[in-house]
Design a protein around this ligand. Structure first.
Ligand code: 13P
Length: 287
């Protein structure tokens, strides 16, 4: 059964570790993340962007696939199915479709409108036991066509959103989606510490997990980050392994063209990346 992130986050906060949100794109991705979580006895959050939801055939299809896998693959670790960077309309759609958690990203609105809309989503979600992530200060880079400017959030605005009763809060601290540029200045830990101080004990979310150096990840966790989002890194692992399969001509040998064979190296590559992140985030054996 799917669970909200509420309890997962409280445990992570108390235990000083973070739970990974791994974005899913298809059946192989979902199976790779779920089985790796089970093998490592780790709680896990499956992230679904609006674009990925549409790609997979709609939110209800995703809910059916994930619930089916949890049951048929014997997944017993806590699993949350979470909308990533949702608009107001899509947050409502996911609440109705059976997601256990939603992110309403109102960071592109002015703070007052962000507050109003976040409040409405919280009321609706909480009536069904669904957790809510809100965002202040847009995360930079491009994800699914949504381009963020990479702001550093205002701790006072974070406090206003936190006080609405959100379960987890994402705040821009110089992090961006996708690969980090060579000249990236790194995470702004002063702002992170200030945000945590004003919103404590709110569990914080670190977006743009791909490519953040390990020491910065550990420091972010020590300052109150309980959820770390990873998307691009699994895509890179998947595509490198798939490329190798074709470059080695394996699709031309025997039944190597069978999609189950073609996708197997990419599947294993996602699993390896997810395991590595779970170890780094400290969530192994925390289910
Ligand atoms: P990356 O693609 O940089 O790992 O970011 C993922 C993310 O933050 C999803 O919301």
């Amino acid at each position: 059964m799917l669970v909200s992130v509420k309890e997962m986050m409280q445990k992570a906060k108390a235990g000083k570790y973070a739970v990974g949100q791994f974005n899913i794109n298809n059946l192989e991705w979902t199976k790779a993340v779920l089985t790796t979580a089970q093998e490592n006895n780790s709680p896990v959050i499956l992230g679904v962007s609006e674009g990925a939801g549409k790609y997979m055939g709609g939110y209800k299809t995703v809910v059916g696939m994930v619930n089916g896998m949890i049951e048929e693959l014997g997944i017993t670790v806590p699993v949350a199915l979470h909308l990533d960077h949702g608009s107001y309309e899509h947050a409502i759609k996911c609440i109705e479709a059976g997601f256990s958690s939603v992110m309403f990203d109102g960071s592109h609105y002015g703070i007052d409108e962000n507050i109003e809309k976040t409040k409405e989503i919280i009321a609706l979600a909480n009536s069904k036991g669904i957790s809510v992530e809100a965002e202040v200060g847009s995360i930079g880079g491009e994800e699914d066509g949504v381009v963020g400017a990479g702001e550093v959030a205002d701790p006072a605005e974070c406090k206003r959103i936190a006080d609405l009763g959100v379960d987890i809060l994402a705040a821009g601290i110089g992090n961006i989606h996708g690969k980090y540029p060579e000249n990236w200045a790194g995470l702004n830990f002063d702002v992170l510490a200030e945000i945590q101080e004003t919103t404590s004990p709110m569990p914080l979310v670190l977006h743009g997990g791909t490519g953040i150096p390990e020491d910065m990840i550990r420091k972010a966790i020590s300052l109150g980050v309980c959820k770390i989002n990873v998307n691009t890194e699994c895509q890179l692992s998947f595509s490198a392994a798939t490329r190798k399969y074709f470059e080695e001509g394996k699709d031309l040998v025997g039944k190597g063209f069978d999609p189950r064979k073609v996708l197997a190296p990419g599947f294993e590559a996602i699993k390896a990346t997810v395991k590595e992140k779970m170890e780094l985030f400290g969530s192994v054996n925390k289910a």
